[in-house]
Design a protein. Structure first.
Length: 275
């Protein structure tokens, strides 16, 4: 089982919201209204780990190891929302999300194949790692810069944990797991070219609620994510290349292949289908 090992390693890396955030360094002159509002949107988005966890537990009832790991992932993701809310409570209380705004992003996700969902969330963690690194650079106020740095490091560790479960899946399911991971990896790595990089929070997940079945569509400002990426933190081609590179490097290691481009991954996927 992977859960005991992951519990130990993530417990060692865990930061404390009271002691490890430099609250006393806050400088209000370095926080704009625009920046503060993006913190609110991130706080609500992070709250959506709640329905994602409910989905994982429902769709992995035959996998107690992975389901147990959800206790760590869920705790740390909800702490991300909580620390962002705490920042607002201390320094911009008028922007603290209401319980209704938080609850709006809790809705049922349709069942989906567990291997594809695992890969989707692995790619999501790779993307979030870079989004939050860029957010830390964009912000000018020192406390929120430190918070986003902590969150980014957590997301990177979560990606590493998902990768361990992907390796276990290949040992168990072989080429069917490779095919699932290659298909989703290609989709996620290539999505930035369309101008709408994919992440679990902007994917449609409940047909009966369409089109209001993405996490982003249920935010107070559904158009926020694109604006945050394009005109606020300016997540440009250089940063997108880091996301794609991270996905390709990890899949290269996972499959014992060399993928330098999305086209390389596409050719590998076709070879699996042919086999």
């Amino acid at each position: 089982m992977l859960y005991p090992e992951l519990f130990t390693s993530l417990e060692k890396a865990r930061w404390n919201m009271a002691d490890d955030i430099p609250w006393d360094q806050f400088d209000g002159s370095l926080l704009s209204d625009e920046q503060a509002l993006t913190i609110k949107m991130n706080a609500i988005t992070e709250w959506s780990a709640l329905p994602a966890t409910e989905m994982f537990l429902r769709d992995n009832q035959d996998d107690s190891d992975f389901s147990a790991f959800m206790s760590i992932w869920f705790y740390e993701e909800q702490k991300h929302s909580l620390v962002l809310q705490e920042y607002l409570r201390r320094f911009r209380p008028e922007l603290v999300p209401t319980e209704e705004e938080l609850h709006a992003v809790r809705f049922e996700f349709d069942p989906a194949p567990p291997l594809e969902t695992l890969m989707l969330h692995f790619c999501g963690e790779v993307r979030l790692t870079q989004w939050y690194r860029r957010a830390s650079e964009w912000h000018t106020e020192p406390v929120i810069k430190a918070i986003y740095d902590h969150i980014s490091r957590d997301e990177a560790r979560h990606g590493g944990a998902y990768l361990k479960y992907m390796k276990r899946a290949i040992d168990k399911f072989g080429d069917s797991a490779r095919a699932a991971f290659a298909k989703l990896g290609m989709l996620m790595a290539a999505s930035g070219r369309s101008g709408k990089p994919l992440h679990p929070t902007n994917l449609h997940v409940n047909q009966s609620l369409f089109p209001n079945d993405t996490v982003q569509s249920r935010l107070p400002d559904p158009e926020w994510l694109e604006r945050w990426l394009d005109t606020q933190i300016c997540f440009d081609k250089t940063w997108e290349a880091r996301v794609v590179g991270g996905i390709l490097r990890n899949l290269s290691s996972l499959f014992d292949q060399t993928f330098e481009t999305v086209q390389d991954l596409s050719r590998y996927r076709k070879s699996l289908k042919a086999a």
